[in-house]
Write a protein that binds this ligand. Structure first.
Ligand code: IVH
Length: 680
């Protein structure tokens, strides 16, 4: 081998600098949640380090940031004996203030404090709901990560621990030995994403973030753990050598922070029972919004000398206690599944439950989200189910207790007819939600449909807002849009808080709306996926409502920008007899609209048949003016850039649409160029 001492020296220095810089960025990103460099810059540094290490494999060390995912899958975890045992904490199950008061009283008694002695100082922390870990750092380098096991003997999960980005591979100082103790957790949002991925891959779902964290840490293949984002919070130390321990627990946590170890920042030093109670309440009020799950808080006597005096009872220290919150999950029986129709026509299966006390109240109903949710978890009527109620969120079923499935459970099926109006139920491909197609007539959707119908860009009935729609529907005066046009002055003026004058105004507005354009009418029907611009295209293309209603999917696909999803949605809407009936009633109520000849192809104009997207601020034209000019030249405007886009007109501060156009190779012009084209 040729010895080249110069190049390796320079490489070694560069590698060291890169590692330190990447560690700094990792710490800022994963521990402080405050990224210091853009991703691209980080990636560049990382790639440079990888390249250098590839050139000089002899310089690769296990604490290099490139080595987080490196370990090969193993067939079993080795045993680790904890020289300092990993203890458990006594749990105070009285979730009221008394839990804290009782603990403080006990500590005062044990320390033989009298009523005149000052309050005891405590360090209060959250009780993370995850998996306990012990991280062994020798001379500042992470050499081993172990689970708690039975407290005396755990499992060696080093390769998996290394994939947790908030765990430093190297401390910011190099004491001979520090074992960091803490909890590996999965954030709620990462847990939800993981379960979505699991469902898509038809893999087993996890019941809660703690199980997901445990399952991820116990993966024999660290590459899998790496794909399951875990976090870590330290709450203490195990064996320590050659490192000066501060005199209190709170200072210990600060010192760990200094070493670059993540410690949850909402910990507090508090005094006496009062301080504990206040902390328990304060964190409890925030519990639902926390990004991770906690099942309580932990109080620790702050001074280590006092901790020593208090000592242990078997495996539990006397100086610490876990004070719980009311459980957010409980098991009960699923009596039945009913289907509710929402304001937008979405059908939601709702669980009817044997009432159960959970999250501080009695729960008898809980959402089951959608059909897939039920199927993926094999939830059946009659099952023992886990109900969850966290904070103010709607109670939900999270799963079943398979071992407690009784005989004779029933499988749920989504109805094919809307339970509110009897119209057909449809579920679009790729959608989780089933919907009622009776938009115009479904009582569940009535208010929403009427508001949309009367909206500014539809029939534009001034004064017909949410309050009035509520009143009209609740009084049974209006059921479908046609009923609006049959309202009389007397009926309106009789409504609560409705003066004669405003009744007359609303009536005049309704009367004015009686005659409209075809595009507004089509938009007003509230057909799913048919927005203002599609309504305009449909009106121009077909010229009359009858022709539109008679069109099949193939004919609809001829309309610019109408794809299979939109076409199918239109066909479904008009196939629903209830909707056709509602349209007939509109005609009968004297509503008219301008119809014209179908304009199948606009062959005139400089932009005939072209789809144009506007982005950014143009120097002289407003959005509306530019769109108007484009339409007058036979073109049409769309709001997003796709392969179907022919032209993008960009002004100042054009952003992602401009980028997208460049990606797709769509021609981009400015206002001056547009004006030239329109002239030409
Ligand atoms: S202290 C001597 N602090 O709860 C006390 N534990 O039963 C050692 N836990 O398995 C633990 N959050 O994993 C401590 N802030 C916290 C904690 C915490 C969660 C877990 C820990 C342990 C269990 C105690």
């Amino acid at each position: 081998m040729r010895a080249n001492s110069e190049a390796p020296k320079r490489a070694r220095e560069r590698i060291e600098r890169l590692r330190r810089e990447i560690e700094r960025h990792d710490h800022a990103y994963y521990v402080l949640n405050a990224p210091t460099v853009p991703d691209a810059e980080y990636d560049r540094l990382f790639a440079e380090l990888q390249a250098l290490e590839a050139q000089h494999p002899e310089l690769v060390t296990p604490d290099s940031p490139t080595q987080r995912v490196g370990g090969a899958p193993s067939s079993a975890f080795a045993e680790v004996v904890h020289t300092v045992p990993m203890l458990s904490i006594h749990t105070e199950t009285d979730t009221s203030d008394n839990g804290a008061i009782a603990f403080d009283a006990r500590i005062r008694r044990e320390l033989q404090l009298g009523p005149d002695d000052p309050p005891v100082e405590y360090c209060a922390e959250m009780k993370f709901d995850g998996v306990a870990l012990s991280l062994r750092y020798e001379h500042g380098v992470l050499v081993r990560g172990a689970t708690r096991g039975n407290g005396m003997v755990g499992e060696d999960v080093t390769a998996n621990v290394r994939t947790i980005r908030s765990i430093p591979l190297r401390l910011r100082a190099a004491p001979p030995l520090v074992e960091v103790r803490g909890e590996a957790i999965m954030l709620k949002r990462d847990f939800e994403r993981l379960n979505e991925r699991q469902a898509a891959a038809r893999e087993k779902l996890f019941a809660n973030p703690r199980n997901a964290a445990a399952g991820s840490l116990r993966q024999l293949d660290p590459a899998i753990t790496a794909r399951r984002p875990l976090h870590f919070f330290a709450y203490g130390v195990g064996a320590v050598q050659g490192w000066a321990m501060p005199p209190t627990h709170a200072q210990l946590l600060d010192a760990l922070t200094e070493l670059g170890v993540p410690v949850e920042p909402q910990r507090a030093v508090v005094h006496g029972a009062e301080g504990l109670v206040e902390f328990h309440r304060r964190i409890g009020a925030r519990r639902a919004e926390l990004p991770f799950e906690i099942d309580g808080v932990v109080y620790k006597v702050n001074r280590f000398d006092l901790q020593q005096r208090l000592g242990f009872v078997t495996r539990e220290p006397r100086w610490a206690v876990a004070h719980k919150y009311p459980a957010q999950e409980a098991v009960t029986t699923l009596l039945d599944i009913e289907v509710q129709v929402g304001r937008t026509g979405a059908l939601t299966p709702v669980a009817r439950l044997a009432p159960v006390f959970v999250g501080g109240t009695t729960v008898a109903n809980a959402t089951l989200h959608n059909e897939d949710f039920i199927r993926e978890r094999d939830i059946r009527i009659g099952d023992a189910v886990i109900v969850r109620r966290a904070g103010d969120v709607i109670p939900e079923i999270v799963g079943i207790v398979p071992e407690r499935r009784p005989a004779g459970t029933r499988i749920f099926r989504m109805p094919t007819k809307c339970p509110a109006c009897g119209s057909a139920v449809f579920r679009e491909e790729g959608e989780k939600v089933a919907r009622c197609t009776g938009g115009l007539v479904c009582p569940a959707q009535r208010k929403q449909a009427l508001l949309h119908f009367a909206g500014r860009r539809a029939f534009d009935i001034e004064g017909l807002g949410e309050k009035l729609v509520d009143q009209l529907v609740d009084a049974g005066l209006v059921r479908t849009p046609a009923d609006l046009f049959r309202l009389g002055l007397g009926t309106l003026a009789n409504l609560e808080r409705m003066a004669e004058k405003s009744a007359a105004n609303v009536l005049a507005a309704i009367d004015k709306a009686r005659h409209t354009t075809l595009e507004r009418l089509i938009f007003a029907l509230g057909i799913r996926h048919v927005g203002e611009s599609t309504a305009r295209d449909l009106a121009a293309h077909f010229g009359s409502l009858d022709r539109l209603m008679a069109a099949d999917e193939a004919q609809l696909l001829e309309v610019p920008d109408v794809g299979p999803v939109v076409a199918a949605s239109i066909v479904r809407f008009f196939a629903e007899p209830h909707n056709r009936e509602a349209i007939e009633q509109l005609r009968a109520a004297g509503v008219t609209w301008q119809e014209g000849r179908p304009q199948r192809m606009r062959s005139l104009g400089a932009l005939a048949g072209k789809t144009v997207v506007l982005t950014g601020t143009l120097p002289t034209l407003s959005r509306d003016e530019a769109s108007e000019l484009i339409r007058a030249a036979g073109g049409r405007t769309a709001t997003s850039v796709s392969k179907k886009t022919d032209l993008v007109v960009a002004g100042e501060e054009a952003g992602s649409k401009l980028e997208r156009a460049r990606e797709l190779g769509v021609p981009v012009i400015d206002e001056a160029e547009l004006r030239r084209m329109l002239k030409g």
